[in-house]
Write a protein that binds this ligand. Structure first.
Ligand code: FES
Length: 116
């Protein structure tokens, strides 16, 4: 959480249920210079993560709406993944209000098809 003036509403969406039936959402207030994963932890929201440096993709989310910038190069994402809206929450800073699909099923999308 932040009390800064440039905080954005970041809505995290879990879509782990069949056809989204178990969809759950959490709303966070995240500052422009704050990392989404860290803000979630401060709010008591558990997200998957590994390296915390943008190298392993465990923390991958998919941006539905809004703008995210990575605080360092997102090495775990290929160019086409970034173009498709995937973001690494361990190095993600919001630049607007955002909606992001999160949870381990998002990373599975990246690796489910080896030819992607
Ligand atoms: S935790 Fe490894 S890329 Fe984010």
């Amino acid at each position: 959480m932040t009390s800064g003036s440039s905080a954005h509403d970041v809505i995290l969406v879990w879509q782990d249920g069949q056809e989204g039936s178990d969809e759950r959402e959490e709303r966070l207030s995240v500052g422009e210079d704050e990392i989404v994963l860290t803000a979630a932890e401060c709010a008591g929201v558990a997200l998957p993560f590994g390296c915390r440096t943008g190298a392993c993709a465990t923390c991958t989310g998919k941006l539905l709406d809004g703008r995210i910038e990575h605080a360092r190069p997102p090495r775990a994402l290929k160019e086409r993944h970034r173009e498709a809206g995937y973001v690494l929450l361990c190095i993600a800073e919001p630049r607007s209000d955002c909606r992001i699909v999160v949870g381990s099923s998002v990373q599975a999308e990246l690796v489910s098809n080896p030819w992607q």
